[in-house]
Ligand binder design. Sequence first.
Ligand SMILES: O=C(O)CCC(=O)C(=O)O
Ligand SMILES: [Fe+2]
Length: 362
Amino acid sequence: MDSASTNPPFHKAFKTLMEKTQREREGFDETELVEIEECELPVIDLSPLFEENDDEVAREECKSEIARASKEWGVFHVVKHGISSEVLNGLRIEQEKVFKLPFDVKKNNNDFNFFAGSYRWGSPTATNIKQFSWSEAFHIPLADIMGSTTSTTTGPNNTLTYRIEQFAWDAYNLAQTLADILAEKIGEQNSKFFRENCLPTTCYLRMNRYPPFPMASPSQVHGLIPHTDSCFLTILLLQDQVRGLQLVKDGKWIAVKPNPHALTINIGDLFQAWSNGVYKSVEHRVVTNPEFERFSTAYFFCPFNETVIENCSKQPSVYRRFSYQEYRQQVRDDVQKFGTKIGLPNFLLHNTWCRTSVKENI
Ligand SMILES: O=C(O)CCC(=O)C(=O)O
Ligand SMILES: [Fe+2]
C-alpha cells in the first residue's frame, strides 16, 4: 500500500497553518530547541500484588512505591504487571494493520461499526503550528466494544475488536488495582469509589500512530501537543522502541527512556482533583521522529459522566467539585475557543491569577 493513500493530508494542513502564521517560528518556545535530557522513570515490579503468598512486607513496599511515584513523578513504569505478551502483541499487530488502511477508509470507517466517528487526525481547531499534532488516532468508547466479541460477529475487523476487548479487560483490572492502592495510600481504606464509579464500559481506548515528520527538525512540530489526560489514570502501551514521549519534571521537559518490558502509568486530572493535588497529573507530549513511524495505545480509566469528583481528603479543597461530564464539556469548550485544553486550572477555587496567566499565553 502506498503511504500517500494511507497517511492523512498532514502536509497540506501543516502548510495552511504555516501560511496563517506571520513568521515561520511564531508560536514556538525557543527552549524547545534545547537538547532534552533522557531519564529513566521509576520502575515498579508489581509481582508482589499478584503472587499468592504471605509476603505482606513486599506487598506494602510495592504499594508505597506506587504512591511515591504518583506523588513525585505522576508517571512511572510497571513490570510484571500481569498482562501477557500474547495480549499486548496481539493488539499491536492488529493496530498496525488498521492504520495501514487507506486514509479514506479510516476517515469514513464504513467497514467497522464501533469505529464510527472515532478516527481523528491532526488538530482541526489549531490556529497555529504549536497546537497541531502530527498524528492520527482512533478514540474508542469501550462501551461500544466490551462484550461484543462474545457474540458471533463477523467481518474483517473481527480480530482487532477481539484484541482490543482482550486488552481492555486486563487493563481494567490493572487500573482498578492501582486506583484502589492510591486511594488506600491517602487514607481511603476500603474505598469502593472506583469499583462503583469506573466500569469497563466507562473507559476509553486510544490507538495512536505518529507518521515520520521529514520536513524539518523534529522539535518544530509535535506528534501530540503538550497535554494532561482527562481521566483518573492512563495505561500506556508504547509499542516499539521509537522514542518520543516527554514529560515535565521539576519544571523542565525530560525525554522518557523506553523500557521494552514495561507499561507506562500516567496519573490523570481526575486523580489529581480527587486526591486534592497529592497525586500529579503531569503534562506530557510526543515529539516527532524524522525517520520512523511510532505507535502507542492509551487506556483511559474513566468514571460515569455523572460521577462527581470532589476532594476525598480532610484538607481544604484546592478544586471545586465537578462532574466528569462538566469537566469534559469544559475541555471541549476550551479547545473550541482557544485551540487548546486548559483543564484543572479552570476548576481551582482560588484561580484568579492562574486564569489570567493562562489566557495571556493563548
Ligand atoms: O504516544 C504516547 O507516548 C503518549 C500518548 C498520549 O499521551 C495520549 O494518547 O494521551
Ligand atoms: Fe496523554
